[in-house]
Design a protein around this ligand. Structure first.
Ligand code: SAM
Length: 385
């Protein structure tokens, strides 16, 4: 690997929750006595047995810190009181890329539990109490068990007054034409996926159970449904996922069938989001490494009739917020070409617009994918949609 001694270790990522605190306050309190290093590499190369405590302020995502891999913050008051949230860097990309504005008229997180992106969204919109408690974020979570984790995180993060949690409810059942959905301006879609990018997980060892729509398409279903612990102290909270292990059977054969099922469901969700009449921005993300769940879904969505009808386009790299524009790892152009089938589509531009993260690199993230979609919405009165 690039490190020359195997994979790069995975740092402990810490998002400062700007609803309750700020970066300066955390550096002066929870992380007082830590030495700030300018590069992540310096932090990762440092010998774990060293007595020196190191910290790095991320250069892509605001209010994000990296600490050495073994750092346990789970007993600190800052973590327990929701002043900091343990969230992988890549998992912070969707809300940051979405760039929500209070004027957007409401945001919706379609697949919310355990709530990392919902609380990040709330922190961006309600940074330092910038706005009064306006419940302008809707968070859908169809699994009631997982929704209880979401409610706990909302409470801990102080986001409960900003977010209306739709516990046990299916995003696909919303009618975009009805109030209040007809005024939603921005959506985050972070659907169930293969989880192949999660640190510590083998790419073919298991597949996450998608929502009912996708699981109905699966030919073989494991009877045993294994749950991971609600809060995993070694990995970040995002890694809590629902799984069906498929190790015993024929992982590779089943994998392609399951990837088809997952991507069918992921595309369905994204196309449903395209129907929201006032929506101007959407992010689509997975913690998967597979093109089938990533670039292929993006390409199919862009080629859909609803995208053409409503004017949905990819959020091009040059239009992305600075930290995301600066991020070097981009989508795979070959994967876009596989689906394009149309010479007019600029596959290079679309691949460049897609953001990828690989695990085990010196960037220190989990494997992840995110793409943004944008459209112009006509002003009231002229909107024919
Ligand atoms: N965004 C979350 C975060 O950052 O903490 C992680 C989301 S996890 C990858 C996907 C979640 O979507 C699961 O909790 C799953 O139960 C939920 N889900 C899947 N299909 C859904 C649907 N149709 N409506 C609402 N929630 C759904």
């Amino acid at each position: 690997s690039e490190a020359g001694f195997g994979e790069w270790p995975h740092p402990r990522w810490v998002r400062v929750n700007t609803i309750k605190s700020d970066l300066d306050e955390q550096l002066k309190t929870t992380f007082a006595g830590y030495k700030t290093v300018q590069s992540l590499e310096e932090l990762l190369r440092y010998h774990p047995s060293s007595a020196e405590k190191l910290i790095h302020v991320d250069k892509h995502v605001p209010n994000l810190l990296a600490l050495p891999p073994a750092t346990d913050l789970s007993k600190t008051p800052a973590y327990l009181n929701g002043h900091i949230i343990l969230q992988d860097k890549a998992s912070c990309f969707p809300a940051y890329l979405l760039c929500p504005e209070l004027e957007d008229g409401g945001c919706l997180d379609a697949c919310a539990a355990p709530g990392n992106k919902t609380t990040h969204l709330a922190a961006i919109l309600h940074d330092g109490g910038r706005a009064a408690a306006i419940p302008n974020i809707y968070a859908y979570e169809r699994d009631k068990g997982r929704a209880s984790t979401l409610l706990t995180l909302l409470q801990t993060a102080g986001a409960q007054d900003h977010v209306i949690a739709k516990v046990g409810q299916d995003f696909l059942r919303t009618d975009p034409a009805k109030t209040p959905w007809d005024s939603i301006g921005a959506l985050i879609l972070d659907p169930s996926c293969s989880g192949s990018g999660i640190v510590g997980r083998d790419e073919t060892s298991n597949v996450i159970l998608p929502s009912k729509e996708a699981s109905d398409l699966l030919p073989v279903r494991s009877k045993k449904r294994k749950r991971r612990p609600t809060i995993d102290t070694t990995l970040n909270v995002h890694d809590v996922s629902e799984e069906i292990p498929i190790r015993e059977d024929k992982p590779s054969d089943q994998l392609s069938v399951r990837l088809t099922a997952l991507s069918t469901f992921q595309l369905k969700l994204l196309l449903h989001a395209f129907h929201f009449p006032k929506a101007r921005r959407i992010t689509y993300s997975t913690c998967s490494l597979y093109a089938e769940e990533n670039e292929h879904v993006v390409m199919k969505a862009l080629r859909s009739s609803i995208a053409q009808e409503r004017g949905w386009q990819i959020l091009r790299r040059e239009e992305q917020i600075c930290g995301m524009n600066m991020w070097k790892m981009r989508g795979k152009v070959e994967a876009c070409i596989d689906i394009a089938m149309d010479e007019e589509i600029d596959t290079a531009e679309i691949a460049e617009a897609c953001i990828r993260c690989e695990k085990g690199t010196k960037e220190g993230t989990q494997g992840f994918f995110v793409a943004g979609f944008v459209r112009q919405v006509e002003s009231p009165g002229t909107d024919q949609l």
